[in-house]
Design a protein around this ligand. Structure first.
Ligand SMILES: *[C@@H]1O[C@H](CO)[C@@H](O)[C@H](O)[C@H]1NC(C)=O
Ligand SMILES: *[C@@H]1O[C@H](CO)[C@@H](O)[C@H](O)[C@H]1NC(C)=O
Ligand SMILES: *[C@@H]1O[C@H](CO)[C@@H](O)[C@H](O)[C@H]1NC(C)=O
Ligand SMILES: *[C@@H]1O[C@H](CO)[C@@H](O)[C@H](O)[C@H]1NC(C)=O
Length: 505
């Protein structure tokens, strides 16, 4: 998932013994087995201590409900369990989904988070089980996934009932209300269209697609013109009343990120209907290469994407773990559109993000980092000189983006280097994050043993981190990302694969 910087949970001192890794395993199928073991380890801990709550507290063995208490980790784990072909887990999750009551919750509801985790998790499960992943569940159990997707969208859809059609993101189900926000973010507005369109295509009910595409139209035809300072690159917030942009804060960082991600993915989903999305992604990608590509003074060989503020006409030399999906996006666009310049630039971005992993004490990259030569903290000068960045937020909360881009690089180039990077990251996560019941975040990736650990396990460890790691060593399957035009699946921002659209389905 992208879109938001999450609030960090309370720190818990590292008191749990570290998992001792058995050392590198040479063949990819034994690596795949080790990754399945890690997934089962996390599932078993969640199932014992937290199910059917949203997430496990992996140090205290408690639970939390940060996503409306509908069982976020279970729903988010479904597509990975299917891809790993674990019949036991798949059936446990579908039996749970059948009894979720999406119409009630005591917490506020994020349209974006609910769409990318729950709606997408169920739609992806449906697409996979109907298609290539047969034989895991009884045929008659599959339909509940589509039925519950529709139930969920039907309770969410009032969010779009605004003067412009740009939705509210934060909803109050008990009052059928919202948080009264005047604006909505670029990412949370622009990361709904794949899920809601897929739901329409599967149900033959055009309403869901129409709602999400109407909101998206304001993003594709940005007004006023000044808030598109470079072709394709736009501001970070739109006015819910008018659909107009209210700033020109441009970046690929959290808050804007997955808007760009979905432009090329919509084209992959259906090139007929979404050719304008391709055009907008190409413009944004070319502008990013021309205007945002940035090379640290101490490591001119590295490439990161800067941000740009239209008001002050200034650049910001900061990036994030979240933004490291960018290499994967350039690689996907480059291979689908047969543009070697995008592939080459994507690989440069992947190498930059790899450096943020490679240079730390744990081998895991930080949440936020910078390369402004005038602001290097004295105690990080050595890091900046050696690695081309310094750390501004040192936590790791089990995010996937760097590994996700390594996966795209492996699939698009076939170069073993990239899946070695995946494996190295997996070994580090297993070493520093693993607890007796799951995986915990780290407070400081550049401290001995990662510093303190967070007693929280985000659902995206199941949906994204362990999926992209597994896919890198898993057998060839229809859902694997393909070079060129061979893709029959497209991954949402939470790593749930959807079948690409075919007119006669
Ligand atoms: C499926 O997952 C369960 C629960 O984690 C685990 O015990 C079992 O070994 C897994 N089965 C396979 C075939 O991997
Ligand atoms: C929803 O609105 C009601 C009435 O204003 C309020 O009491 C309740 O706390 C709100 N719920 C959430 C989750 O914000
Ligand atoms: C949004 O647009 C409305 C209607 O033009 C205006 O009254 C309001 O001030 C705008 N809000 C922001 C934050 O720009
Ligand atoms: C960093 O990269 C070097 C060279 O590829 C490699 O030898 C080393 O093991 C890597 N370290 C980590 C922590 O990934």
């Amino acid at each position: 998932m992208r879109g938001h910087l999450l609030a960090l949970p309370a720190l818990v001192a590292a008191s749990v013994p570290f998992y001792s890794n058995t050392g590198p395993v040479e063949r990819s199928d034994s690596r795949a087995d080790a990754i399945k073991e890690a997934f089962s380890h996390a599932w078993d801990g969640y199932y014992e201590y937290a199910f059917p709550h949203d997430e496990l507290l992996p140090i205290s063995n408690g639970y939390a409900d940060s996503r409306n208490s509908w069982g976020a980790s279970a729903v988010d784990a479904l597509s990975t369990a299917i891809i790993m072909r674990n019949e036991t887990i798949v059936n446990q999750i579908i039996d749970h989904i059948a009894v979720i009551d999406y119409s009630t919750t005591t917490t506020s509801v994020s349209l974006f988070e609910t769409t990318i985790r729950y709606l997408a998790g169920m739609l992806s499960g449906y697409d996979l089980l109907k298609g290539p992943a047969t034989g895991l569940v009884d045929e008659d159990k599959i339909e509940v996934l589509l039925k519950q997707s529709k139930n969920l969208a039907d309770v969410l859809k009032y969010a779009f009932d605004t003067p412009s059609g740009v939705p509210y993101n934060t909803l109050n189900f008990s009052t059928h209300g919202n948080d009264g926000a005047e604006t909505n973010g670029l990412a949370v507005t622009g990361t709904l269209v794949l899920e809601w369109t897929r739901l329409s295509d599967l149900t033959n009910n055009p309403e869901y697609a129409r709602l999400s595409q109407k909101a998206q139209d304001y993003l594709l035809h940005p007004q006023p013109a000044e808030y598109e300072p470079f072709p394709g690159l736009v501001g970070s917030k739109v006015n819910i009343t008018t659909g107009e942009f209210v700033n020109g804060a441009v970046s690929w960082n959290g808050g804007t990120d997955s808007y760009y991600e979905y432009l090329i993915k919509m084209y992959l989903y259906d090139p007929e209907r979404f050719d304008l999305y391709r055009e907008r992604w190409v413009a944004a990608a070319e502008s990013s290469m021309n205007h945002l590509a940035s090379h640290p003074s101490s490591r001119p060989d590295l490439t990161f994407l800067a941000s740009y503020d239209t008001e002050g006409r200034t650049y910001g030399f900061s990036s994030q773990h979240l933004a490291c999906f960018d290499g994967g996006s350039f690689l996907l666009g480059g291979t689908v559109l047969n543009r070697q310049d995008f592939i080459d630039f994507g690989l440069d971005l992947v190498s930059g993000c790899h450096e943020t992993y490679n240079a730390t004490l744990t081998g895991i990259g930080p949440e936020t980092f910078s390369w402004d030569p005038n602001s290097v903290p004295e105690n990080q000068r050595e890091l900046y000189e050696r690695a081309g960045f310094y750390i501004t937020g040192g936590s790791y909360i089990l995010r996937p983006e760097v590994i996700e881009s390594f996966y795209y690089a492996w699939r698009v180039t076939g170069d073993e280097t990239y899946r070695e990077w995946v494996w190295t990251a997996f070994v580090a996560i297993n070493k520093y994050c693993r607890t007796d019941s799951g995986f915990a975040g780290l407070a400081d990736v550049n401290a001995e043993n990662g510093g303190d650990r967070y007693d929280n396990q985000e659902s995206f460890i199941f949906a994204e981190v362990l999926k992209y790691i597994y896919l890198s060593f898993a057998p060839e399957d229809e859902w694997q990302v393909q070079k060129g035009n061979g893709n029959t699946f497209v991954y949402n921002t939470e790593a749930h694969p959807f079948k690409v659209y075919t007119p006669l389905q």
